[in-house]
Design a protein around this ligand. Sequence first.
Ligand SMILES: NC(=O)c1ccc[n+]([C@@H]2O[C@H](COP(=O)([O-])OP(=O)(O)OC[C@H]3O[C@@H](n4cnc5c(N)ncnc54)[C@H](OP(=O)(O)O)[C@@H]3O)[C@@H](O)[C@H]2O)c1
Length: 289
Amino acid sequence: MRIAVVGSRGQLGRALLEVLTDDLVLPMARPEYDITNLEAIRKGLLAFRPDVVILTAAFTNVDGCEREPEKAYAVNALGTRNVALATYECGAAMVYVSTNEVFDGTKREPYWEFDPPNPIGVYGRSKLAGEQFVRDILSRFYIVRTAWLYYHGGNNFVTKIIRAADERGALRVVADEVSNPTYALDLACAISKLIRTGHYGIYHFTNSGSCSRYEFACLILKLSGRGDVPVEPITSDQWKRVATPPLYTPLRNFCGAQIDITLRPWQEALKAFFEREPGLKKSSDERAG
Ligand SMILES: NC(=O)c1ccc[n+]([C@@H]2O[C@H](COP(=O)([O-])OP(=O)(O)OC[C@H]3O[C@@H](n4cnc5c(N)ncnc54)[C@H](OP(=O)(O)O)[C@@H]3O)[C@@H](O)[C@H]2O)c1
């Protein structure tokens, strides 16, 4: 297949390049391919003639979106519209990667693909506006919602926890925000399978099982050889930040499971991540020192 990966330098973009080795892939990244520039995206895609366009590029800083709503909508909503318009012109199918934050977090059980979105922050609203453009412009699309992504070399919760543990020696982590940690490599494998099915629609792809930020942090510390670092569970009210994320947003993969696309439990995925990251692990000698 001919596949364009838009946002190829981000966590998921790089994971897709790692996975799509049997395909002809065009990596598209800034500054040459800024999704707010329709002409640049059109030219690149029309020249390449993709079968599928995978859009992973986004303004992903949730607090940053709250501070700069115009930028959030320019990139996540209108940028997505640009990619959808160019994809339409090429006659290709599109994958749009969206987020758990399209939900308000008030449901008491995991959200499946048939639940109505109701975002409560700028990031979630701008991503939902992107979903809507994709649905309005294209008939052949996959909207793939995911959550709490991490990948090698990314700036993510895993690396932030390790950095904070090494700098401060003790942590306070929110215990009432719950979702699904997801290894971008597993998500990329699932997307690679999905685009070969022709089963267009909305999917919830995360590693299976859910946990709080606190539980996620505890396993990160244990698997990285820092299990002795004390972690205090706190509530989100005690952790001041610009955005107010929805508290309970685990996603349930119902539609993917019908076509045999499932992701392993989040604990196994995190273990696999650390097996490829010996540099992040602290040895017993370092701990003693
Ligand atoms: N990270 C998460 O926890 C999470 C959770 C749920 C859903 N998602 C969704 O999953 C997708 C992938 O996330 P990720 O973690 O891989 O994101 P990421 O690592 O933050 O990468 C995002 C990429 O988008 C690029 N980008 C930003 N604005 C752009 C623009 N105007 N034009 C072109 N490229 C632009 C960035 O380019 P530069 O490298 O030049 O900055 C970066 O490479 C996103 O759509 C995100 O909304 C992520």
